[in-house]
Design a protein around this ligand. Structure first.
Ligand code: BES
Ligand code: ZN
Ligand code: ZN
Length: 471
């Protein structure tokens, strides 16, 4: 539980102090010697009737991602010492960064309390957090920013919960059911196409992958019409592979642990659409999430197979572990043809290559539209996430040409991230398209930023939300 209040009332309170703050000089004793206001430095300062926690904000002029960290670091420091009721006085941060810093601090504070579901008894402890220190003149605006940030944080929280769930708790049908439950009291209209419907409609690529498992594939469609005056619909297509063993091109044992997180793109678009709907953003968007497992069975694809697709194009299977692009291909053409999307964003844990390129803090972008990328860049900058656009040329398009089919599901010449993206683009029916590869950023074994916890990060939710807000 987190609230915005006029005055801090708790017996434990966080104060943020920068390296150049005059307050530093008012400190005394051991705290004065130790605490220099360095970024994320913390120190407890017991007072007669209150426990003060000092959190260093470092030098002025930090990025938004760091403001999120400040909120989370403050919360984590109190939780670490089992203090669950406290206030965050953010006046000094607002003075330096303006009222919009409230959004990042709130998001950071909420995510700082995130704990994944445990299977050994210990449940999440409820906290009571207050945020205070808002100047009188900003109170109204602050309330709006705070409410909006809370809703976005809920979207991120949901995405993390889904990605953290073990594969045996989240079969494709469970994933769909969880999303439907999550969006049920919103303005979102939800529909799930089951295996029968997929067959009837010709989702041959999604079925090609999904029929490898006794847990059948499905396609979840979430429609949000926030702007009835406009015809324009943006498609948000997210990969929903609830377990990716690689199929017959089996993954080595040591890369198997992450396979349950291969639906992070699907979770991200569901979280983002929830946030758009709950914040009543004036935009029309449809989230399309193809869901399936990628396993070994009599029904699995084999390297060398040729399959059809929803679009009618034929695909040569060069590698059964390149399954994400297959199911996204069908979902993307469905989004354009049946949901009438005018532009397409897809997001997926798609390639190991992007992890080699950018590590765990920067996601890859491939796009054929400067305009779409410009809007997305504005979104991720606002959200405080990191992305980088990778260029592509005709020679890259050639790398996925097949001798026997319209297209091949693996590159013949490397460039794994770009060619995976270009494969999906083949199915976007020439609509402006942007592709986000979050294979590196969706999961961290250990937190890299303070607002993360080990496991799912909720990558993409906030950037996609901000992208469609276009402030
Ligand atoms: N889900 C994986 C990509 C992945 C790798 C996600 C590492 C998270 C961490 C994807 O389905 C995959 O296996 N991609 C292959 C494609 C290759 C066979 C062309 C890859 O990147 O190795
Ligand atoms: Zn794979
Ligand atoms: Zn995969």
């Amino acid at each position: 539980m987190i609230n915005l209040v006029n005055c801090c009332s708790k017996k434990a309170e966080v104060k943020f102090i920068g390296e150049t703050a005059p307050e530093l000089e008012k400190l005394s004793g051991a705290v004065m010697r130790i605490f220099k206001g360095e970024y994320l430095q913390t120190a407890f300062l017991p007072e007669e009737d209150k426990m003060i926690l000092l959190v260093g904000t470092g030098k002025p002029g930090r990025e938004k991602i760091h403001l999120k960290e400040l909120g989370a670091a403050a919360v984590k420091a109190f939780l670490d010492v089992k203090i669950y009721e406290f206030s965050l006085d953010i006046s000094s941060v607002l003075e330096e960064y303006g009222i919009t810093a409230l959004r990042h601090i709130t998001e950071g504070a909420v995510l700082g309390t995130y704990r994944q579901k445990q299977f050994k008894g210990a449940e999440r402890t409820e906290c009571q957090i207050e945020i205070c220190g808002i100047p009188e003149k900003n109170q109204q605006e602050a309330k709006k920013i705070f409410e909006e940030a809370l809703i976005v944080s809920r979207g991120i929280w949901f995405a993390r919960d889904m990605v953290n769930l073990p594969g045996n708790y989240l079969r494709p049908a469970d994933f769909a059911e969880n999303i439907l439950e999550f969006v049920k009291n919103t303005e979102i209209e939800a529909e799930v196409l089951d295996r029968e419907k997929l067959k009837e409609k010709g989702f041959e690529a999604l079925l090609g992958v999904g029929d490898s498992s006794e847990y059948p594939p499905c396609l979840t469609v979430l429609r949000y019409r926030g702007n009835p005056q406009s015809e324009k619909i943006t498609a948000l297509v997210g990969k929903g592979v609830t377990c990716d063993t690689g199929g017959y091109c089996l993954k080595p044992a040591d890369s198997m642990l992450g396979i349950k997180g291969d639906m992070a793109g699907g979770a991200a678009v569901a979280g983002a659409l929830y946030a758009l709907a709950e914040n009543h953003v004036k935009v029309n968007a449809v989230a399309v999430i193809p869901m399936c497992e990628n396993r070994i069975s009599d029904g699995s694809l084999l390297p060398g197979d040729v399959i059809g697709s929803y679009s009618g194009k034929t695909i040569e299977i060069a590698n059964t572990d390149a399954e994400g692009r297959l199911i996204l291909a069908d979902a993307v053409s469905y989004a354009v043809r049946e949901e009438k999307a005018a532009e397409v964003l897809d997001i997926a844990t798609l390639t190991g290559a992007v992890v080699n390129m950018f590590g765990f803090t920067v996601a890859g972008v491939v796009s054929d539209s400067d305009e779409l990328f410009r809007r997305f860049r504005q979104g991720y900058t606002c959200a405080g996430e990191r992305y980088w656009r990778i260029p592509f040329y005709e020679e890259h398009e050639k790398m996925i040409e097949s001798k026997i089919a319209d297209v091949r599901n693996m590159s013949s010449g490397g460039c794994g991230t770009v060619t995976a993206g270009l494969f999906i683009r083949e199915f976007a029916e020439k609509k402006p398209w942007i592709h986000l590869d979050i294979a590196g950023t969706a999961w961290v074994n250990e937190p890299i930023f303070a607002f993360q916890s080990a496991g799912a990060t909720g990558a993409g939710v906030s950037s996609i939300y901000q992208f469609l807000c276009e402030k």
